[in-house]
Design a protein around this ligand. Structure first.
Ligand code: HEC
Length: 121
């Protein structure tokens, strides 16, 4: 039974990641969409566009006035940094103007969200 399940999971890996991204779209809507946009050019929103965020240096998006804290931190966004940041923004980038009470506590939701954001490059 367990072996059968394992095979099913392997076979389903591709559609599973598509499902993760789909679930992540809902996480984005609930937790991020009020402030962030994915679109280019950026319609008015109080936070930087998140399409293409991976590999981008923190606080470097042209046309968005990032905080000094974010610019000084300045690391290139990776899935691991994003995971830590959305779990605890102020813990990762002390002094960020992203409200520190924005927290996605559930690791599965964070993984889904990251799968979604990866597809928005
Ligand atoms: C209440 C508004 C708000 C919400 C909700 C919010 N953010 Fe932010 N976010 C901001 C602001 C403001 C900044 C700019 C922070 C700075 O410059 O210090 C920011 C910055 C960021 C950055 C850095 C971007 C860059 O260009 O370096 C990332 C990544 C990010 N947010 C991800 C998220 C994700 C993912 C969510 C949803 C889980 C989220 N944020 C929810 C307001 C918000």
């Amino acid at each position: 039974m367990i072996a059968t399940l394992g095979l099913t999971v392997l076979a389903a890996a591709d559609s599973a990641s598509a499902q993760d991204a789909q679930a992540g779209a809902r996480v984005f809507d609930i937790y991020c969409n009020a402030c962030h946009t994915l679109k280019t050019p950026t319609p008015y929103k109080p936070a930087p566009r998140l399409a293409g965020v991976f590999g981008r240096k923190a606080g470097s998006l042209p046309g968005f006035d990032a905080s000094l804290a974010m610019k000084t931190w300045g690391k290139a966004w990776t899935p691991a940094l994003m995971d830590a940041f959305v779990a605890d923004p102020g813990g990762v980038v002390p002094g960020t103007t992203m409200p520190v009470n924005v927290r996605v506590r559930d690791a599965k939701k964070r993984a889904d969200l990251i799968a979604f954001l990866k597809a928005q490059q």
